[in-house]
Design a protein around this ligand. Structure first.
Ligand SMILES: C[S@@+](CC[C@H](N)C(=O)[O-])C[C@H]1O[C@@H](n2cnc3c(N)ncnc32)[C@H](O)[C@@H]1O
Length: 279
């Protein structure tokens, strides 16, 4: 027979799961309606510039990607995936928003890129294939379990493969976190109302997709350098580079907040499992 505490705990877990389900549904709904980033002027040059920006973080050039097998998690409307394909990579890119994938496919067609776009939930992905590079920029923090998303990424990584994750920072996104509290108080989970209020109170004059991503978004998680280094350690990923660079975690992250930069940070590591002692 179950004790009262066990029953209470079980109910608690079930409630949480229901809450997570609702959250995931709302996030999906947002990106179905407002695929991100949906750039108006998307060109080969812009796609390649995106690739250059990512490459530079870990001291590579666009040539690095030639012939590589790449997996992108949460590709949105496909700009990076397309840029990587145009740089000679074989790219598989997934997103759970049907409209984003549709737009991504159209974008790829327009620019003559070949990408394997798949409509999938990151947290339920198992492709039975290993990749040279796994990339998740700006997507894991919108899943209900960013760490699990990262681990799924690592499961798809070859030995010596590279993983690139871009996440909202726990410290330097503090200003936006305050705005989100205000939005929640005024508009709750009503996406359209959140966008309207956000545009009025904070920053307007941006694309609808941008406003939706910033203010309509009901779920984002926040992460720190120390936390990601811990994720790396647990998965035997060796740190290679970050953007921005840092010397002292927390102090530097607070500096990013003060100097109003880098609410979003990128960490890059290499799969070192083959050289690590077993746990
Ligand atoms: C802010 S957009 C980033 C898009 C793209 N990576 C970029 O940097 O432009 C976040 C994307 O993650 C996707 N996403 C969020 N949670 C997801 C999940 N659980 N499974 C698959 N895609 C997800 C959303 O649909 C959305 O397209």
């Amino acid at each position: 027979m179950k004790t009262k505490t066990e029953t209470k705990n079980k109910r608690k877990i079930e409630t949480k799961t229901k809450k997570q389900e609702t959250t995931e549904k709302l996030v999906k709904e947002l990106y179905e309606k407002y695929p991100y980033p949906s750039r108006d002027f998307f060109s080969k040059e812009r796609a390649k510039n995106y690739v250059k920006w990512v490459s530079k973080i870990f001291g590579k050039t666009v040539d690095f990607w030639k012939g590589k097998q790449i997996l992108e998690l949460g590709c949105g409307t496909g700009e990076l995936a397309i840029g990587l394909s145009l740089s000679g990579a074989n790219v598989t890119a997934i997103d759970f928003s049907k409209t984003s994938i549709k737009k991504a496919k159209q974008n790829a067609k327009n620019l003559g890129a070949k990408v394997n776009f798949l409509e999938k939930n990151i947290l339920e992905t198992n492709l039975n294939k290993k990749f040279d590079v796994v990339i998740a920029l700006g997507s894991l923090h919108h899943t209900i379990n960013a760490k699990k998303g990262f681990e799924i990424g690592v499961n798809h990584l070859k030995n010596e493969g590279t993983i690139i994750v871009g996440l909202y920072n726990k410290y330097s996104r503090a200003r936006h976190r305050v705005k989100r509290i205000i939005l929640r108080l005024i508009a709750g989970n009503n996406i359209e109302k959140r966008i309207e209020v956000g545009e009025k109170l904070f920053k307007g004059n941006k694309s609808k997709a941008w406003l939706a991503d910033k203010y309509g978004q009901v779920h984002e998680s926040y992460h720190s350098i120390n936390e990601i280094n811990q994720w790396f350690k647990e998965q035997k990923i060796k740190f290679i580079a970050s953007n921005p660079k840092y010397k002292y975690p927390i102090i530097d992250e607070i500096k990013w907040l003060i100097f109003r930069k880098n609410a979003f940070f990128v960490m890059i590591g290499k799969n070192d499992a083959a050289h690590s002692p077993p746990n």
